[in-house]
Design a protein around this ligand. Sequence first.
Ligand SMILES: *Cc1c(COP(=O)(O)O)cnc(C)c1O
Length: 404
Amino acid sequence: MNHMTVRIPFVDLALQHQPIQTQLQQAIQAVMERGDFVLGQALKEFEVAFAAASGVEYGVGVASGTDAIALGLQACHIAPGDEVILPANTFVATLIGVIRAGAKPIFVDCDPQTALIDLEAAARAVTPQTKAIIPVHLYGQMVSPRQLLDFADTFKVLIFEDAAQAHLAEREGYRAGSVGSAAAFSFYPSKNLGAFGDGGMLLTRDPNVAQKMLSLRNYGAAQKYIHVETGTNSRLDTIQAAVLHQKLPYLPQWNRDRFNAAQHYDVELAPLASSGLIPIQNHSGEGHVYHLYVIRVDDSCTIQRQQLQEELTEAGIQTGVHYPIPCHLQPAFTHLGYQVGDFPNAEMLAKQILSLPMYPGLNHRQVQEVVAAIGDSAPTVPSAPTAALPQPYAERRCWSAATA
Ligand SMILES: *Cc1c(COP(=O)(O)O)cnc(C)c1O
């Protein structure tokens, strides 16, 4: 392929950092001068600040979002023999976390319109061994807290949120990370709140879970040199925490920027629905923080996903696919015994989804440019049938009504 000039990148981190460069440098400088690089002052300050911003009592910084899931599940006393329900369409780290905690992953399908876990399917997957459900607040949209709490109450399982894509997302009066027993966040650079490297955090309002997490991230030492469990070495670097703490006050505005860009996409893309280009739906209103803006290239479309992606690349527009292979079909996990056809919605999405450029500062004109390029590649065919949409999740009976 020719070398293409990127006109609109998928994300633009420089745009985010440039205006606050001086304060970021000063925060890093301060850590350097104090020399408290591991478990330092700026880490404790950021843990308190991020937990408070999310409406939760305790935050424990770790080395990555993956560690926040793996160690967080252990801190919630998930152990070998336990079953944990999770959606098949998530980033593989959710699955890795469950496996590292020693539990048995039980996949369920998703709602085809929102791409979020289908709680009716989850209800059918519950067994006496089920200890937890992991709702993944995918693309920045929370799974309904009301339905989750109802689910947890009915089946006596704990909720462990994967909020790696949903910093400060809201729904039904809840913030991401404040619904369940605990929640995992990632500060991978391109996440809504990103470090200058890897990082993660567990949020919880349970002091015992927080206490155990402090031990697990620090060689299982509840006190220095007294090792009460195996644990590991997984801390959020003080320098990363200092950077994240400087960025945190800007996060609400950055999330609003993403939401506004998403609204522009919704409006500009509406005429293309008849061509089979259908955005993943927002069922949570303004609390969606749009880590990603994702469309489906439906079977009725004149172009396939891969070809559309290639044509956009040639037009200088970067896109992504999150994710091309659902977890249950990943080569490393064939031993779990799942097959093609087990989760039709997740498999359909993996084939059809395309993530469009999305970052704070992406403006209306750029959104129009992206959509114009999509329209050029996938022209409306007047006779094309309207894409057959599955029945909306919200209009179906809620799982509790179905199982009560
Ligand atoms: C990014 C991400 C993770 C893992 O976070 P890392 O910091 O990359 O380890 C877990 N789950 C989801 C849904 C993610 O998007």
